[in-house]
Design a protein around this ligand. Structure first.
Ligand code: DHB
Ligand code: FE
Length: 282
């Protein structure tokens, strides 16, 4: 029996990683965001899980744009950092946990979630930036093995928010049924509102984002009922990344305790958000 001990939702804006890699986190433009992260990082450093599961999207870096799985899982022993065109980020590769990956895969297949399987995968900023938000100074290795779960949010039609929430609930049951590890941290990544191209490039919607931050804690079902068109209209064409937070939330208990949250506009073109939840009953 394994237990989800925390859930961390965070944006994955590439320049957040670049600011860290280039020692710019104390610059006036970045300091408020990184100061905002501090309480979450301190708490996470005290609450290290045996394994983490990171729900993310690739941006046509690890997988060509002509192959876009709706849902996928990594089963590799390790994952390399993708070169997104300007070299690999100077951060450690990621250790996987193939045995746990296969357990999750079997369980999800038996619950009729037909995941694509990656036995080899390079992970891009969608994966490494959330790891850096969690652990700013990993040294030679990240705090624990990490399993990637990939969601298509880049090509229409993306899965519905309801399906992402249901996947998370099935994932929670898969975790509970595994004897191999004890404690699990789960990350839901991407968002918040942003649109990178087209007539609405630069679109940010703080009203929607604040509603989302509140509801992801207290009423995720409400967020699961929004259509993909509502996500794109309200949060922007890339803001639909927020549906990945619902996979994380679905794997957690009905009641969670908020440890810390941050909302900062803008990080690059994006409303950067972080929300950290303790999954253990008080
Ligand atoms: C930006 C945000 C993203 O989510 C992304 O994948 C790439 C860039 C940005 O705001 O610059
Ligand atoms: Fe993105």
């Amino acid at each position: 029996m394994s237990e989800v001990i925390w859930g961390l939702a965070t944006s994955h804006v590439p320049s957040i990683g670049a600011a860290m890699d280039r020692g710019m986190t104390a610059d006036p433009v970045w300091a408020p965001l990184f100061e905002g992260y501090r309480p979450a990082r301190d708490w996470l450093a005290q609450n290290r899980p045996d394994v983490a599961i990171l729900v993310y999207n690739d941006h046509a870096n690890g997988v060509d744009f002509d192959i876009v799985p709706t849902f996928a899982i990594g089963t590799a022993e390790k994952y390399q950092v993708a070169d997104e065109g300007f070299g690999r980020r100077p951060v450690p590769h990621i250790e996987g946990d193939p045995d746990f990956s296969f357990h999750i895969l079997h369980h999800l297949m038996d619950e009729n979630f037909d995941l694509t399987v990656f036995s080899e995968l390079d992970v891009d900023h969608g994966f490494t930036v959330p790891l850096s938000v969690w652990t700013p100074e990993p040294g030679d290795a990240w705090p624990c093995p990490v399993i990637p779960i990939m969601v298509n949010v880049i090509r229409y039609p993306q899965p519905t928010a309801a399906r992402c929430y249901a996947l998370g609930q099935a994932l929670g049951r898969a975790i509970a049924g595994y004897d191999g590890v004890r404690t699990v941290g789960i990350l839901g990544t991407g968002g918040m509102s942003h649109q990178l191209a087209g007539a609405r490039a630069g679109f940010i919607n703080p009203t929607f984002d604040h509603m989302f931050l509140e509801a992801i804690e207290k009423d995720p079902q409400k967020l699961a009922e929004l259509s993909r068109e509502e996500y794109i209209r309200e949060a922007g064409s890339e803001g639909i990344e927020l549906i990945m937070w619902l996979v994380m939330r679905g794997a957690m208990n009905a009641q969670v305790r908020k440890v810390h949250s941050v909302y900062h506009v803008p990080a690059s073109n994006t409303a950067a958000g972080l929300a950290l939840f303790d999954n253990r009953p008080a």
